[in-house]
Design a binder for this molecule. Sequence first.
Ligand code: 13P
Ligand code: SF4
Length: 401
Amino acid sequence: MGIPVKWPVVPLTELEQSAFCDSEPVSTMTLKEEQKAGVRWQSLPEHYLDLLPSQLSEKIRINRELLGDKVVILGHHYQREDIIAFADFRGDSFKLAQFATSQSNAEYTIFCGVYFMAETASILGKNYQKVLLPNIQAGCSMADMAPSQDVEDCWEDLEQALGPRTITPVTYMNSTAAVKALCGRNNGIVCTSSNAKAVLEWAYQQRQRVVFFPDQHLGRNTALGLGIPLSEMAIWNPFKPLGGNTISELERARIILWKGHCSVHTRFTVNQIQSARESCPDINIVVHPECTMEVVNAADYVGSTEKICRVIEEAPSGSVWGVGTEVNLVTRLAHENPSKKVICLDPIVCPCSTMYRVHPAYLLWVTDELLQGRIHNEIKVGEEISYFARIALERMLEVSR
Ligand code: 13P
Ligand code: SF4
């Protein structure tokens, strides 16, 4: 217990927030201005800090052309607009993982997303492919809530309390490679928000009980969807003996939920949904399954970032949408669907501050360096962890086929 977090968890500054209050989705700040706000980001050579957004874009565009097929740039839906503009391929975490297994041309994948996504691409990619994360401090606070040693301790305690080979370990993609490896080693599996239901069904075909890391909300929402009542769920608090449960509570549980959450998605509330419905009775509400059970129950649709995009793209012109997910994506959906009204349910704005750390200055830096034959921020996973994590990931890919 108490293993230090791998990625710094930095609260959003006022300056970061102000970037999202503008009607324009592209930040107008130089990196120096963003860094003055006290954000602890990976340091960069001084001359990158003062470049204006337009200068950055032009330089990245030139580098992109020079690098050609040697490089592929992937962008998660939550990336800032000035990064998505350069993505060869964008998607949710599942689509991006699938892409990592299927693409064989590029020698370098520049992963514009967060650490666990780049780790996954590195595990699933070919041996000769290298994955680079432009800002090494782009982590995920949810993944940090499940340090691998705590997860190992939990697994040992559960096997001792409930008997060996009675539980399937399932981890959400948003976890470290070591947690994925524990699942791979113990007949378990990985899931994403787009396939969690199929994965849980698979898990219950293996054994009668599941332990789900690290997002309690995705675990609870998915289990409820499978008809498992709350009375058959337990929470595992890593700071308490036996996760804060008695043996009989664990025996009663069909799913044991690690006490983790996403600080972006747990900001959404039923009150926000109610006031959106009061001010616009025709509004449709779509939320991500990392939101709380109450919010998911109050919504009209629930799904991964990819599903949220699809539902809004396919909706009729004139429809109105209240969205419960990261604001970069919501802002983009609003711009890309001008015939519909798309708003974020949280009036204060809710960016993922770690996704936001992939500033264009970092993309310029890694591409400048690549052109000089220097590789920075390569994400490498140890051989043994990679081997077992890959087993758990491939099971997920198989189940989702
Ligand atoms: P998706 O799998 O829906 O892309 O979500 C990833 C994520 O980090 C959500 O917080
Ligand atoms: Fe992690 Fe939440 Fe950001 Fe997704 S939105 S990367 S779960 S902190």
